[in-house]
Structure formats: structure tokens, C-alpha cells
Design a protein around this ligand. Structure first.
Ligand code: AMP
Ligand code: ZN
Length: 136
């Protein structure tokens, strides 16, 4: 994608704070970090989101997330990690090139990553399970 900023960063056309690179991915520091050490896994090929990326590459991205998180927990160090991946405008995705957020967490960092828990009613449970079973 010629006008995609993450394509340009992932392929080295635009400089970035790169902490890791291999043939499939570049891992960079996020320019608007939620916490110190917030990084992004970018595939070098363009896929808009999780529904588009091939299964094998999505698997490699998860394996890479494990590698980076495991190493950075000691290197930073930090107390925990959120691994976040947004899909679609409604879900907070702002750059439509698949990426995985690796967000170090520190005790009392107040980063505010999360959601307000609702309540699973029997009606909604039954509706969602029925719809899921039609397609899965
Ligand atoms: P999302 O909202 O899941 O699409 O995440 C996009 C992320 O990319 C945000 O956390 C931004 O801070 C980050 N971001 C946007 N442009 C750049 C850039 N040029 N270099 C590094 N991070 C960026
Ligand atoms: Zn792209």
C-alpha cells in the first residue's frame, strides 16, 4: 500500500525506533506511548486487520509478542504487560495496517487500559451462542 505509513515504517522507508527486525516483522516504539516501552509489532506486508492477515503470519506475530514481552519484562523492567490488537474504527484502530500493541505495565501506572464490566444476561448469552454456532 503506497500511502500506508506503517508499510513505510515496517520496510525502512521512514526511520523508526526499531527494537527488533526479522524477515516478516519490524518492532518499533510507539510515538504516543501508553507507558514507557510501549512497542508495536508491524508485519512488513500490508494487511488491514486480523481478519485479513494470513493465519500463519498471525501465529508468528503471537510468537514474536511472547519473545519481546518475555525479554522486555526483564530489560525494562516492568510488572506486567498488556498485549492489545485493535480491529476497526469502533474498536479504536487508527492505523489500518495490522499491528500488535505491547504495553508494559507498572504498578500504579494508571494507564487506563480496560473496559467497564457489564452483566451477561441469559437472553444475550443464548443469542450470542446461537449466532456464533451458526458461523463457527
Ligand atoms: P491503533 O489505534 O491500534 O491503530 O494504534 C495506532 C498506534 O500507532 C497509536 O498508538 C499511535 O501512537 C501509533 N503511531 C501512529 N503513527 C506512528 C508513527 N509514525 N510511529 C510510531 N507510532 C505511531
Ligand atoms: Zn500498510
Amino acid at each position: 500500500m503506497s500511502d500506508c505509513i506503517f508499510c513505510k515504517i515496517a520496510n525502512g522507508e521512514i526511520p523508526s525506533a526499531t527494537l527488533y527486525e526479522d524477515q516478516d516483522f519490524r518492532v518499533i516504539l510507539d510515538l504516543g506511548p501508553a507507558t514507557k516501552g510501549h512497542a508495536l509489532i508491524l508485519p512488513k506486508a500490508h494487511y488491514a486487520d486480523l481478519t485479513e492477515i494470513p493465519e500463519e503470519l498471525a501465529g508468528k506475530a503471537t510468537a514474536l509478542a511472547k519473545k519481546i514481552v518475555t525479554a522486555m519484562k526483564t530489560a525494562l523492567p516492568c510488572d506486567g504487560y498488556n498485549v492489545v490488537q485493535n480491529n476497526g474504527l469502533a474498536a479504536g484502530q487508527t492505523v489500518f495496517h495490522y499491528h500488535v500493541h505491547l504495553i508494559p505495565r507498572y504498578a500504579d501506572d494508571h494507564a487506563g487500559i480496560g473496559w467497564k464490566p457489564g452483566k451477561l444476561t441469559e437472553e444475550v448469552r443464548d443469542e450470542v451462542l446461537a449466532k456464533a454456532k451458526e458461523v463457527l
